[in-house]
Ligand binder design. Structure first.
Ligand SMILES: Cc1ncc(C[n+]2csc(CCOP(=O)(O)OP(=O)(O)O)c2C)c(N)n1
Length: 623
């Protein structure tokens, strides 16, 4: 079947039996590719039938489908002419793991961060109405993404406005981990309605068969049933806020899905179709471990085991150190926005269930709530990925920093993350945090320094940010480990000719560059400064070094605007240092595409080899 499918037109020619067969082939195809390239497996396996049904009923690009998060669009890409390209999934110059308008006109809106789809779809539907056009607009959103404030804001507006559009709620009871929250409770009651209807249909069939009295009994039962239903089935939340609610529907039944989609197409006003799916459907190992297979690296299909040996990483080191600190200090609490495993908090949650809060995909609420907790005397530690901290920016400014509250904000996945691409690259956090008054901002050079910084941060009694990258520490070992002091840099190596100033993961690179340069130029002495604090930056140490060497190199894992290099430039200007040469290594003012981290470092010329070479050239001129 899959061989025949090169566009949705090919799909539309198939009958239901053929589509069922196609679904199995698509599953196998995705499994093979993701087991090689890594990617979001379980979510995609869960939406195979839904995507087939959508493309059978709607016509893209005329009709618009906005995929929430967008991590579940592999099936959509296969059906819409990108079957072969999917083999290059998440690779440099290959197909993206999320919808991209520049990749195809049927990807009508870029996503990657959660809970945006209903807003975008409502915007498109309103624009359609203003322009007098006539097409369908559909948002596909998971029950996890529905915990995000933006999705709830959009539901509120959509229901009330009576705009014609469809929200498909893909309910698999999972966010990355088990979904949480009041709406999740509501959804489980709605799911109960499905089993209730199913069982009463079966009973009805049996009673009808009783000769003579079957029909009157059924009529009586129907009346009783209506009153029982009122008791056990919740008030229709979605109906009450203005939606037509259809469902719950078996999200793996293509014919039933198509029937519901066709009904929704004919209805005016907002419709919500509640579908029930199984995350990881069809691959037993993922069905049993949907959280592990939400996003995965390459793995062995037979066993589900990862193909790469798992080394320790910053998130794990963070999580373990936090447990150690929490054992000594019962004021420490941890908050996650639906990323317990990714941020290294799984063991903390087990050991301190009363001091652990998974608050859903709601970064704004996480920081707002942390501010309240800090005000009331506990010490909240909140690890969130760098690109998702963007969501909580106003809460950092307005709720935490303005009141100078002691919240420890741990910025995981800071810097380039690689295969997830532009929505997930953490290149902006240093810049946007640096703007915020009262914040202390640090970045560790290695695991040990992360531990020391975390210990320092929980005692600081001020708002503090610690940023650290995805994955492990550099193989280059740095033994020197000065005590952490507020606003103090660490001089790792003395020199007289050039000062390399680096922060976080680029510090090890700076040391290697210094060695490369000195090996080739034995007369040269390179000074290496581990800035440690982006704010307050250690003006004294940096100024002294620059005055001595007159040649400065800055290296950072973030954008060129308003990060380390800007901070160093400001020192040069403020201190009126003259005759200084400065070379800055950072990412340009653009969104960085997907690809391997090392590949991207080379492309953007921030890698060890390029910088070493540049400095050698720099020296030739100096000599
Ligand atoms: C703002 C934001 N925070 C966190 C994430 C990480 N994330 C990606 S998918 C996901 C869970 C989504 O669950 P759901 O919407 O139910 O979709 P499913 O994968 O279960 O189909 C999370 C937390 C994100 N993409 N965006």
């Amino acid at each position: 079947m899959l061989e025949k499918i090169n566009s949705p037109e090919d799909l539309k020619k198939l009958n239901t039996e053929e589509k069922i067969k196609l679904a199995e082939e698509i599953r196998q195809y995705i499994l093979e590719i993701v087991s090689e390239n890594g990617g979001h497996l379980a979510s995609n396996l869960g939406v195979v039938e839904l995507t087939i049904a959508l493309h059978s009923v709607f016509d893209l690009p005329k009709d618009k489908i906005v995929w929430d998060v967008g991590h579940q669009t592999y099936v959509h890409k296969i059906i819409t002419g990108r079957k072969e390209e999917l083999k290059t999934l998440r690779k440099l110059n290959g197909i993206a793991g999320f919808p991209k308008t520049k990749e195809s006109e049927v990807d009508c809106f870029n996503t990657g961060h959660s809970s945006t789809s209903i807003s975008a779809a409502l915007g498109m539907a309103r624009a359609r109405d203003i322009k007098g056009e006539n097409h369908s607009v559909i948002a596909v959103i998971g029950d996890g993404a529905l915990t995000g404030g933006m999705a709830l804001e959009a539901l509120n507006d959509t229901g009330w406005s009576k705009t014609t559009m469809t929200v498909i709620l893909n309910d698999n009871e999972m966010s990355i981990s088990k979904n949480i929250g009041g709406i999740s409770m509501l959804l489980s009651k709605l799911r109960a309605k499905r089993s209730y209807n199913k069982s009463s249909d079966a009973v009805k069939k049996v009673i009808l068969k009783i000769p003579g009295i079957g029909k009157p009994i059924v009529r009586l039962v129907r009346r009783v049933k209506r009153s029982i239903k009122q008791l056990i089935i919740p008030k229709m939340f979605f109906e009450d806020i203005g939606f037509r609610y259809l469902g719950p529907v078996d999200g793996h039944d293509i014919a039933e899905l198509e029937r519901m989609l066709k009904i929704s197409k004919e209805l005016d006003g907002p419709v919500l179709i509640h579908i029930l799916t199984k995350k990881g459907k069809g691959y037993k190992i993922a069905e049993e471990n949907p959280d592990k297979f939400h996003a995965t690296g390459p793995f062995n299909i037979e066993t589900g085991e990862s193909k790469k040996a798992k080394k320790s990483d910053y998130s794990k080191v963070f999580g373990e150190k936090l447990i150690e600190l929490a054992r000594k200090n019962d004021k420490i609490v941890a908050i996650t926005a639906a990323m317990k495993d990714g941020t290294g908090l799984a063991n903390f949650a087990k050991e301190f269930p009363e001091r652990f809060f998974d608050i859903g995909i709601a970064e704004q609420h996480a920081i707002g709530m942390a501010a309240g907790m800090a005000k009331a005397g506990v010490i909240p530690v909140v690890p969130i990925y760098a690109s998702f901290y963007q969501r909580a920016y106003d809460q950092v400014i307005h709720d935490v920093a303005m009141q100078n509250l002691p919240v420890v904000m741990c910025v995981d996945r800071a810097g380039i993350v690689g295969a997830d691409g532009e929505t997930h690259q953490g290149t902006l956090d240093m810049s946007f945090f640096r703007l915020v008054p009262n914040l202390t901002i640090m970045a560790p050079k290695n695991f040990k320094e992360l531990e020391d910084m975390l210990e320092f941060a929980v005692d600081l009694k001020k708002p503090v940010v610690i940023r650290y990258p995805r994955g492990g520490e550099d193989d280059y070992k740095i033994e020197k480990q000065d005590k952490i002091e507020l606003g103090k840099a660490e001089i790792l190596k003395q020199g007289k000719d050039v000062s390399i100033i680096a922060i976080g993961k680029t510090v090890a690179r700076a040391m290697k560059i210094a060695e490369n340069v000195e090996n080739e130029n034995p007369d040269m002495q390179v000074e290496v400064i581990n800035a440690r604090f982006l704010k307050p930056i250690d003006k004294e140490t940096i100024k002294k070094s620059i005055e001595k060497t007159k040649h400065v190199v800055t290296i950072e894992d973030g954008t060129i605007i308003n990060g380390l290099s800007s901070a160093v430039q400001e020192i040069i200007i403020e201190e009126k240092l003259e005759g200084i040469d400065i070379k800055e290594y950072a990412y340009p003012d653009k969104y960085i595409e997907h690809g391997g981290v090392e590949e991207l470092e080379k492309i953007y010329k921030v890698d060890e080899k390029t910088i070493s070479q540049d400095i050698k050239e720099f020296f030739k001129v100096m000599v």
